[in-house]
Design a binder for this molecule. Structure first.
Ligand code: ADE
Length: 230
């Protein structure tokens, strides 16, 4: 079973997120165990401080290395971890390929940054992977850690009802997903494409592929020919 430990100084932000929805089901099914860890528990300061002023001056506080190192050391003493990830806007951009790769691993630690970030020595000596969820700045890494965890957990065996449904996601084949329809077949004259009602599997498959390609060409032409560029 995969285990994800999320280190944060704002644990309540994430507690409710992981107690709900598909993530709760995933944990109930034994596909993953998510532990939200309060970094302040590893602070030795009487006010449970986890940040300090930046050397050299400047605005904003910096997260200190000691509580982070103690937390990581303790967790690593209890089990092996495959990656210690830091969520940061200057990390590797998160895409489906990276998510697929992480979903094959065992245990992950995810560190959420706050304030002006973490002491650079955390990144240099303790972190094995830095991930950004996009080119914009959030007020903390918690939402980013939730986004990454959600994308990874839904790929774990047994989490999605239909085992094959993650394979038909947008991006899994480098294309956006085709449109889907359900009853009624005719809603006030707005009709479902005839081919989907035909029962003709091969034609339906061709139609979906053609729609996926057309949609990708119109909305995300950057995705086409991406494999050739890589
Ligand atoms: N922390 C703040 N902004 C972030 C982003 N875009 N991605 C990951 N972590 C972040």
């Amino acid at each position: 079973m995969m285990r994800i430990d999320i280190l944060t100084c704002l644990p309540r932000l994430l507690d409710s997120w992981f107690a709900e929805s598909i993530l709760q089901r995933a944990q109930g099914k034994g596909a993953v165990e998510v532990r939200i860890q309060d970094l302040r528990d590893w602070s030795t300061d009487k006010h449970r401080k986890v940040d300090d002023y930046p050397f050299g001056g400047g605005a904003g506080m910096v997260m200190t290395i000691e509580p982070i190192q103690r937390a990581i050391d303790q967790l690593k003493g209890e089990r092996d971890y495959d990656e210690v990830i830091y969520m940061t806007p200057d990390g590797e951009r998160m895409e489906q390929g990276l998510v697929n790769q992480l979903s094959t691993l065992g245990n992950l630690i995810i560190l959420c940054g706050h304030y002006k970030g973490v002491d650079e020595r955390v990144r240099e000596y303790l972190i094995t992977k830095e991930i950004s969820i996009g080119d914009y700045v959030l007020s903390g890494g918690e939402l980013a850690a939730a986004v990454l965890s959600d994308a990874v957990i839904r790929l774990l065996p047994g989490v999605l009802g239909d085992e094959t449904s993650a394979l038909s996601d947008s991006f899994q084949d480098g294309l956006l997903a085709p449109p889907v329809y359900t009853r009624p077949a005719d809603h006030n004259g707005w009709k479902v494409p005839e081919v989907l009602l035909s029962g003709h599997e091969a034609r339906i498959h061709d139609w979906r592929l053609q729609q996926a390609m057309e949609r990708t060409r119109q909305r995300r032409p950057d995705l086409l020919g991406k494999d050739e560029k890589d």
